[in-house]
Design a protein around this ligand. Structure first.
Ligand code: FAD
Length: 314
């Protein structure tokens, strides 16, 4: 039996209570509604089960691919035959610490985190209330909107180091947060388990008003009625991706079921039946056209996984 199959058999035997899906069509589990089957996806309900799965995978020479709400990922049409996904969305504890910070596990959605902050009259997370991801994915990507980023409100991150097989707590300064990037993304090898958020006391009505205003803006400008993975490209130096794509005449440009949104040129939407191949071809065309017209190179913001992805360790 292959190493991954041995690991799956052991995980099933050791953790019979943990939800485990096999040969899961990722189109049914991600915001883009695109992607073939992944070999297995587990939903551990606590840190102990999660780290035990990591330990078993490591014993068999594998590492997990971590997933949150899957709102920033393009899964390949061919699927991921050699990948074991750990989905962190069932890690959902959240509480106010004695010194007034919010402690929240990786699976909590950013909307729920922002709502919890509002309930306790804590300001600074209004920007996050409309981002559809989880804390785990959000910290990985240093998610942000309307001038705010998670890095502005994170005090520390708790993570499991796959290499050292132990839990570490990293203060904000060690997380190397940058625009849509973090230590966890730059180095890999970490499972984000949760974080502590430090916010200031504010006026509850003002917090609600700001969240409402930003969410209305989002609904006005973004194609929230169609599946997507959020902004397709990062903001390049010297411009805004959406404006550059629009000025290049690409709004509405389509390849198969994938289309540059007619509402917001920074989004690639699945207007029905799009394949990962359609999205890749469309993005390559957009990148080439914008570069020819402006000399500016666009780089993808969404994570585009290759069917060759294998997290086998030597
Ligand atoms: C309509 C729409 C609007 C969006 N608007 C915004 C926006 O305004 N601002 C913004 O920044 N983003 C936006 N996004 C993108 C996305 O929601 C964010 O990047 C979000 O933070 C991703 O979280 P997730 O839980 O969905 O992560 P996923 O897509 O599940 O994963 C993203 C990355 O994080 C890793 N990951 C996930 N969980 C963990 C974990 N526990 N430990 C280690 N690694 C992990 C994954 O391996 C992957 O590399 C939008 C997306 C959509 C569909």
């Amino acid at each position: 039996m292959e190493k991954l199959e041995l690991a799956i058999a052991e995980i099933k035997a050791q953790l019979p209570g943990t939800e485990l899906l096999e040969n899961v069509p990722m189109a049914e589990h991600c915001s883009f509604k695109i992607g073939g089957p992944v070999r297995a996806m587990a939903f551990p309900e606590n840190v102990e089960s999660l780290t035990e799965i990591c330990r078993i995978l490591k014993k068999h020479g594998h590492a997990p691919y971590m997933l949150g709400n899957a709102t920033n990922i393009l899964f390949p049409d061919e699927g991921l035959k050699k990948v074991f996904i750990i989905n962190s969305t069932k890690l959902d504890e959240m509480y106010l610490t004695e010194d007034g910070a919010i402690s929240a596990q990786a699976g909590i959605s950013l909307a729920k985190l922002a709502s919890f902050a509002y309930q306790h009259s804590l300001e600074g997370l209004e920007f996050a209330s409309g981002i559809p991801g989880s804390i785990g994915g959000g910290l990985m990507m240093n998610a942000g909107a309307y001038g705010g980023e998670l890095k502005d409100v994170v005090e520390s991150v708790t993570a499991y180091s796959l290499k050292e097989q132990r839990i570490v707590e990293l203060p904000n300064a060690e997380c190397r947060f940058a625009y849509r990037s973090s230590l966890f993304q730059q180095e890999g090898g970490y499972v984000v388990l949760g974080a502590k958020f430090r916010l200031n006391k504010g006026d509850q009505a003002a917090i609600a008003a700001k969240s409402r205003e930003l969410n209305e803006k989002r609904r006005d400008k973004q194609p929230l009625d169609l599946p997507s993975a959020g902004s397709a490209f990062k903001r390049p130096v010297g411009g805004f991706a959406a404006a550059l794509i629009d000025e290049a005449g690409l709004k509405g440009f389509a390849v198969g079921g994938a289309q540059v949104s007619e509402k917001h040129a920074g989004f690639v939407v699945n207007r029905g039946g799009a394949s990962a191949k359609d999205v890749r071809e469309l993005m390559a065309h957009v990148k080439k056209t914008v570069f020819e017209k402006t000399g500016i190179e666009l780089t993808p913001e969404m994570i585009m996984l290759s069917p060759e992805l294998s997290l086998e360790e030597n």
